[in-house]
Design a protein around this ligand. Structure first.
Ligand code: 8GP
Length: 827
């Protein structure tokens, strides 16, 4: 039997952790000690990086005291815990967040001032841990922040990728990916805990043997393994002395593995084996929304999930714990299907390691997991080839088959003779290449299945998982996503934060619905002017950031129109580009006088998956359009297109507070939720958006007058799809649209071949119906222009967006998970 072994803990007298005193002198002392004895440099010889590492370590020691105290308190008063299983955590920079949440900002500012250290430069030195692709990973980071702030017992489990999401550069307008070496200059926020390493097995075969009283049993004989070494990160709550744990696993070669080969004298082979093992946590798959079914990816998934469940069962629970009570102690939340292999893993541990019978093991397992789905694109639902799972995890494959057999028997009993339904619902997709449908496995085993916005959850129930919703209606629920107001308002937007604090006090930071109290201020002209001046300050700040990064300067007094998110056809960056080009074409052709164009800067931020050709071509086109438009004097400086490279959390924190207009223009029924839409509304941008994802709820809350809705709704999309969609006809019948597309295809923006290919695909296929929504979008943009011309009306709407976005706090999302899914206690 495999199972990790942990060294014994010695029971010594409990000593409360002592934090360094919270005053400037002590902080200066502690910092210098870190600099001198941690970094080994005197102040006058220290580089910014030394200063950053010393400052981070000093702040960390304050957090560490909270972390120890939190752990001790939780041991003394055990409560049900949340194990958040996520392959991605897009954390963003840690220093600013740690200072804010631990309330050390004032002390640190003064301490650094006394030492003559430029705190802004030190902050800028931090390379953010980009251990995620986009919305799904950032959501996980917001959720752990909220759970710590709400003092909910939670451990976040994930992977410590050595290389996170690639750094995006542009070379002649094309995306070029550069490896993200975020660990290169030191990793001051983590601490490695090798004693708690867990062995993770792979491969081999399964054998039968006679168990107790001769009962036939099965056991796994794996043929290779790696060591999962945990790195802990502290997750501080906001001003509450709580620090939860984020435990990220790194893969190393096991000693047994090494030794065996070394003893054969094959040193080169031993090194190769080590590299092979380390490959597992080497790099984040840069895919978003459409997974690539690669073997290494399944290895990553099993690696972190097996380590996490092993760590919890055999390292965290008391040794004599009665596993029948496991569901009272933990709920594992599956962040999409990536950790779903944890279901057969828990079954395996209960059956093969702890000797339980199937029914008991299943009764436990089927109460320990809940599943969140983050997509609606059928191609984004993971299906692993049976042959691959069999080779990599033979015992798990057996268990999956058995889960499926028992499940399908229940379906047949409920729907006799309905073979079609059985085939649709099966965990195993039959046919030439048999596959394991991970979403089905998750749904069968989970206590709850949730979507991430009302519309998304409804479409899950009505379409993607409709058979399951008929069988188990009570399993399905919604939890609308949220974002942490600490990072995305307080940290990112100090001018607006102090304006709000002056008006209504600071209670909103942990009770975001209180932003409602701002509503009357929308009618106050003095407040409106102060609100605009906060926006201006944020734009200046953004400009200085872009300047420092060597990106074009944004013109003053423009509307800042922002579209930031991963590059994907369904999100329709192309639709926005068509609007830009049609405005430009209108001026070129004399259809629209330049002075009638609202001064606008259209800003894109987007990474394309390295293997996603259309997305990369779209980036290339946006950059070419930008360079032509920005230098064409005919536009009289009224239209500007900016595309700063490498959109990430750090840049988001700069960009979002400066935005006037938020572009949320996905094809209805495709964006599960969106969270950038929430961040932008919360920072006072007005949304132009389709009836999709959380846009629906944003519009309901902020009101139709403060939101620019356009485009087909989901049922209309479905109807058009089934009727047959012909983009060529839309193109031919709309002269403005046609001129824009023709201008691109003519090579006006360079690279005629690439332009024609992209436009040909658009007019011929247009998988996400950008052309169908084009006219509605242009009309809505005209309403945007009209409103923007009325400064007071615009500001009033912007303030109301802030005041009415309190619902989109991730604190509220967490309360909903607690109420609807986890049943965990808040104490
Ligand atoms: C994203 C959704 O696209 C986005 O609408 C949502 O706000 C976010 O998740 C958080 O819920 N989904 C993904 O990133 C995703 O599906 N990733 C791939 C695994 C499928």
């Amino acid at each position: 039997a495999t199972g990790p072994q942990f060294p014994p803990t010695h029971h010594l007298a409990d000593q409360p952790a002592v934090a360094p005193a919270r005053d400037v002198d002590t902080f200066v002392q502690e910092f210098l000690e870190e600099l001198n004895f941690g970094q080994g440099v005197p102040l006058d010889r220290s580089t910014i990086n030394h200063q950053y590492l010393a400052l981070a370590s000093t702040v960390r020691s304050y957090l560490m005291a909270d972390w120890l105290a939190t752990a001790a308190r939780r041991r003394a008063h055990p409560a049900k815990m949340v194990g958040y299983l996520s392959a991605e955590y897009l954390l963003g920079r840690q220093l600013g967040n740690a200072l804010l949440n631990s309330d050390l900002e004032g002390i640190v500012e003064e301490a650094m001032r006394q030492l003559g250290i430029d705190l802004a430069a030190v902050r800028a030195q931090e390379v953010e841990p980009g251990l995620g692709n986009g919305g799904l990973g950032r959501l996980a980071a917001c959720f752990v922040d909220s759970l710590a702030t709400m003092d909910v017992s939670c451990i976040g489990y994930g992977i410590r990728y050595e290389y996170g999401i690639f750094r995006q550069t542009f070379v002649e307008g094309r995306q070029v990916e550069v490896p993200d070496t975020w660990l290169a200059l030191g990793a001051p926020w983590e601490f490695r805990n090798p004693e708690r390493a867990v062995q993770v097995d792979f491969g081999g075969s399964v054998e039968s043997y006679a168990g107790d009283q001769g009962r036939p049993r099965r056991r796994w004989r794996p043929d290779w393994n790696v060591l999962a070494v945990p790195y802990n990160y502290m997750v501080p709550g906001y001003h509450n002395g709580v620090a939860n744990t984020l435990r990220l696993w790194s893969a190393e070669a096991t000693r047994a593995f090494d030794l065996q080969i070394f003893n054969h004298g094959d040193y080169a082979e031993a090194v190769r084996a080590q590299t092979f093992a380390e490959n597992i946590s080497k790099v984040l798959y840069p895919e978003d929304s459409t997974p690539q079914g690669k073997e290494l990816r399944l290895q990553q998934q099993y690696f972190f999930v097996a380590a996490s469940i092993g760590d919890y069962l055999h390292g965290t629970l008391p040794e004599d714990f009665d596993l029948a009570r496991l569901p009272e102690q933990i709920i594992f939340q599956l962040n999409d299907t990536h950790p779903v292999i944890g279901i057969p893993e828990l079954m395996r541990l209960l059956l093969d390691v702890h000797g339980m019978e199937w029914d008991q093991a299943w009764a436990i397992t089927s109460r320990c997991f809940a599943y969140t789905c983050h997509t609606l694109l059928p191609e984004a639902l993971e299906v692993w080839p049976v042959s691959l799972v069999e080779r990599l995890l033979p015992r798990h494959m057996e268990i999956i088959f058995e889960i499926n057999d028992r499940f399908l028997a229940a379906v047949r009993a409920q729907f006799p003779g309905d073979d079609d339904r059985v085939r649709r619902m099966s965990i195993i997709a039959e046919g030439g290449d048999r596959g394991v449908r991970m979403a089905h496995l998750a749904t069968v085993a989970a206590v709850r299945v949730n979507g991430v916005a009302e519309l998304h959850s409804q479409l899950l129930r009505d379409k993607v998982l409709v058979d399951f919703a008929q069988l188990w209606p009570e399993k399905f629920t919604n939890v609308t996503n949220g974002v942490t107001p600490r990072r995305f308002l307080v940290s990112a937007n100090p001018p607006l934060t102090s304006l709000i604090n002056d008006a209504i006090g600071g209670g909103w930071i942990t009770d975001l619905e209180r932003l409602r109290e701002l509503e009357p201020y929308a009618e106050d002209p003095v407040f409106r002017e102060r609100f605009r001046s906060a926006k201006r300050a944020n734009k200046d700040h953004l400009n200085s950031t872009l300047l420092a990064a060597g990106t074009a300067q944004l013109p003053a007094d423009h509307m800042l129109d922002v579209m930031v998110k991963r590059l994907h056809e369904y999100k329709r960056q192309m639709l926005k580009l068509l609007h830009i080009v049609s405005t430009y074409e209108g001026v070129l052709s004399g259809r629209v006088p330049a002075e009638q164009v609202t001064p606008r800067t259209c800003l894109f931020g987007a990474k394309a998956a390295p293997g996603y050709a259309t997305a990369k071509e779209t980036i290339y086109l946006i950059n070419r359009v930008a360079s032509v438009i920005n230098s064409d004097p005919k536009l009289d400086g009224r239209l500007f297109v900016a595309f700063p490279p490498n959109y990430n959390v750090t840049l988001a924190q700069r960009l979002i507070p400066a935005a006037d207009l938020s572009e949320q223009i996905s094809l209805a029924g495709k964006e599960a939720s969106g969270t950038g839409n929430m961040k932008l509304a919360l920072n006072g941008a007005l949304t132009i958006g389709t009836d999709d994802g959380a846009n629906v709820e944003i519009r309901k809350l902020v009101g139709d007058d403060n939101f620019f809705l356009f485009g087909m709704r989901e049922p209309e999309v479905a109807e058009l799809q089934s009727r047959g969609y012909h983009p060529g006809e839309v193109y031919a019948s709309n002269p403005v649209l046609k001129s824009a597309i023709d201008l691109i295809a003519s090579g006006h923006f360079g690279d005629r071949g690439a332009s024609q290919a992209l436009m040909g695909d658009l007019v011929g296929n247009d998988r996400f119906m950008a052309l169908a929504d084009f006219q509605a979008y242009v009309d809505a943009q005209a309403q945007v222009d009209a409103k923007f011309a009325d400064t007071e009306a615009w500001t009033r709407s912007a303030i109301l967006n802030v005041a009415r976005s309190g619902y989109f706090s991730s604190d509220r999302s967490m309360r909903d998970y607690l109420d609807r899914i986890w049943g965990a206690q808040v104490h």
